[in-house]
Design a protein around this ligand. Structure first.
Ligand code: NAP
Length: 259
């Protein structure tokens, strides 16, 4: 299927690897020119070069912390006029309810709620003036089914989801859609780190730890960043203009719910 977005320009945050890179590659495969971002310059430049070489699209790479005001300003200045925004950043650390103080919540809200909100506010006026735009936020399955040890993430991402629910309906009439993708377990460095930790701590093999981790996923495996990126590219396509304010779970069936 032709997504109809060849020649458009996308900013994909936190995209040197993992789910962000999956989204960047899927958009590049559709002929979308990219602005990529991550904090560490070397791997970011390598990813940018690999995408240029594979897909022949223009790629600008901006090494900056997207959760800081300076980083956001730098990335937005380099991005300029964009048609597509994919919001992403690292997730907050695990813990237990009694661990977290005000400062921990402020940090998590800054990174996983206020950063995407700031970027959306910055790019929405131009998208609305053009009458076309696509915004996808990478959140988490934890918005639908809480992961107790990720209380900071549950909280910040639920807040972002509430903001998107209202805002997406305010801007849809201008041809701009905002939707959230909710990843379950994916085979990225972050996703696999839990199985590595379990193997280390228990003495079991990595393969056994992975089998244990996927036992409750009906698909019996982790998702791939390629599958995730394909869903993102579809939400950014011409065909997805009637999908507004939705939360789409990519979890192999792990969240056991009818809707
Ligand atoms: P990953 O494989 O660790 O990749 C994270 C990417 O984001 C890297 O390119 C990293 O590069 C960049 N990054 C991290 N913090 C950044 C920041 N402050 N500013 C700019 N770039 C930043 O992680 P992932 O698995 O793709 O996860 C992406 C998001 O999805 C996270 O928020 C995670 O919590 C969420 N999620 C993932 C899963 C899963 O199974 N993978 C499940 C649910 C939710 P640098 O380190 O160089 O900055």
């Amino acid at each position: 299927m032709d997504m109809g977005i060849s020649g458009k320009r996308a900013l994909v945050c936190a995209s040197s690897k993992g789910l962000g890179r999956g989204c960047a590659e899927a958009l590049a495969a559709e002929g979308v020119n990219l602005v990529l971002n991550a904090r560490t310059k070397g791997p970011l430049e390598q990813t940018a070069e690999a995408i240029r070489a594979t897909y022949g699209v223009d790629v600008i790479a901006v090494a900056a912390d997207i959760t800081s005001a300076e980083g956001q300003a730098e990335v937005l200045a380099a991005a300029g006029d964009i048609d597509i925004l994919v919001n992403n950043a690292g997730g907050p650390p695990p813990g237990i309810w009694s661990d977290w103080d005000r400062e921990d919540f402020i940090k998590a809200l800054d990174a996983n709620m206020l950063t995407p909100i700031t970027l959306m506010k910055a790019v929405l006026p131009a998208m609305m003036a053009k009458g076309w735009g696509r915004i996808v936020n990478i959140t988490s399955k934890s918005v639908k089914a809480p992961i107790a040890v990720l209380g900071l993430s549950n909280t910040a991402r639920a807040g972002l989801t509430g903001y998107v629910a209202g805002t997406s309906r305010q801007v849809a009439g201008s041809g701009v859609t905002i939707n959230n993708l909710q990843p379950g377990m994916h085979a990225t460095d972050r996703g696999l780190s839990l199985a590595h930790k379990r193997a280390e701590e228990s003495g079991m093999s990595f393969e056994d730890a992975l089998e244990e981790a996927t036992a409750n996923i009906p698909a019996r495996r982790y998702g791939t960043s390629g599958e995730f990126g394909a869903a993102c590219a579809f939400l950014c396509s011409q065909h997805a203009g009637f999908i507004v304010g939705q939360n789409i779970l990519l979890d192999g069936g792990e969240v056991n719910a009818t809707m």
